[in-house]
Design a protein around this ligand. Structure first.
Ligand code: DP6
Length: 355
């Protein structure tokens, strides 16, 4: 690798005649988290992080990650500060692997990355979705590439499958490709954040980091759960129905499909060996409360990811009734109200050095 500096602003590498120009200026990106309404659970390739099933999600305005990345010609190792603390060795390795992938190989300057979530990390609120979407944007820009949304989504997917969907605002769909290299596995937008004013209330039942990450949970499920093949083979139909329900703005159908996909995924995970159960007592109590609300004529539906928080999909006119029911549950520590949120973006105005 030949390395030389150009007027102190760029770090240029040349490998096999390919010249890459890394900006040494900081780049800041923001991405919002998303909640899957038709769930992704299972991989067809671990190497390229290719999902075994497609998924449909809603990007949320209230939950976001803000990430600043700066390449340096003096740093010896990558550095990651996550929510004001040095990140764990595992998180740092995931960052370094991601940056190697984004750069095309490990011949790259090291980077310092500062990332902040405005919500609890690793507790099933999709921090990896917003985290890797923001990182994909920041890394792409700092590497001097002008990437399409499709390319950004593909890159984000390599960090975390759900991150592919956070490139877009509103409703988006992760589609499956047919190629082994993952070049066709990226998300596409379905409807933007102004399309449908639905609400998602997050009932936070724990701030603790989950014990089993989604990657490990998926791998165990695929290996040991007896209904895994059926989960994969029945998925296209769930996706087709959800696409139609969103296109029709059919709230009841959208809610029913959302709940169905959630319980289908969790039932599958519970059938793994050893069983995977992400819920706590308050998770279960919240599910029952929401079902009581529905019996009483309030259209509200639950969904749960790889953690104990319950997300309740409802319409703006039902928000107060749902919040009031949640306030009666002891184990619900707080409630975050979210609307459809925007796609990931670069903050052009922030350019303070972080090194
Ligand atoms: C339950 O995207 O975190 O939230 O690709 O291994 O990083 P990796 O998994 P991740 O899994 C998300 C699982 C889910 C459902 C979903 O968001 O679709």
């Amino acid at each position: 690798m030949d390395v030389y500096k150009e007027r102190n602003h760029f770090f240029v590498t040349k490998t096999h005649s390919v010249i890459k120009k890394f900006s040494l200026s900081p780049v800041t990106a923001v991405a919002h988290s998303n909640i899957a309404m038709i769930k992704y659970w299972g991989k067809r390739s671990v190497e390229y992080n290719l999902p075994a099933v497609g998924s449909i999600s809603l990007t949320l305005d209230a939950l976001h990650t803000r990430t600043t990345l700066q390449f340096s010609d003096t740093l010896k190792e990558d550095q990651l500060i996550l929510n004001d603390q040095d990140a764990s060795a595992t998180a740092l390795k995931r960052l370094s692997d991601f940056l190697d992938t984004a750069a095309g190989n490990s011949d790259r300057p090291k980077a310092k990355v500062i990332s902040e979530n405005n919500f609890p990390t690793g507790a099933g609120l999709a921090s990896s979705a917003s985290g890797f979407a923001a990182l994909a944007l920041a890394a792409g820009k700092a590497m001097g590439q002008s990437l399409s949304d499709e390319a950004l989504s593909r890159l984000a997917r390599m960090g975390s499958g759900s991150a592919a969907r956070s490139i877009y605002g509103g409703f988006s769909e992760m589609q499956l490709g047919t190629k082994d290299d993952g070049s066709e596995d990226f998300a596409v937008p379905l409807q933007d954040e102004n399309y449908w004013d639905v609400r998602l209330l997050v009932a936070v039942t724990s701030d603790e980091k989950k014990e089993l990450g989604s990657t490990e949970g998926m791998l165990r499920t695929a290996k040991t759960a007896p209904y895994y093949e059926h989960w994969v083979s029945s998925h296209p139909n769930d996706l087709r129905e959800m696409r139609q329900a969103i296109a029709d703005k059919d709230f009841e159908k959208t809610g029913e499909l959302t709940e169905h996909s959630c319980f289908k995924m969790h039932g599958l995970a519970m059938a793994a060996k050893p069983p995977i159960l992400y819920w706590n007592a308050a998770t279960t109590e919240t599910i029952h409360r929401v079902w009581i609300l529905r019996k009483n004529g309030i259209p509200a539906y639950v969904t749960i990811d790889a953690g104990p928080q319950v997300k309740i999909l409802c319409l703006p006119e039902s928000v107060e009734a749902v919040k009031s029911a949640l306030s009666e549950i002891d184990g619900v520590r707080s409630v975050i109200e979210a609307k459809p949120g925007p796609g990931a973006y670069i903050m052009e105005t922030v350019n303070e050095t972080i090194i």
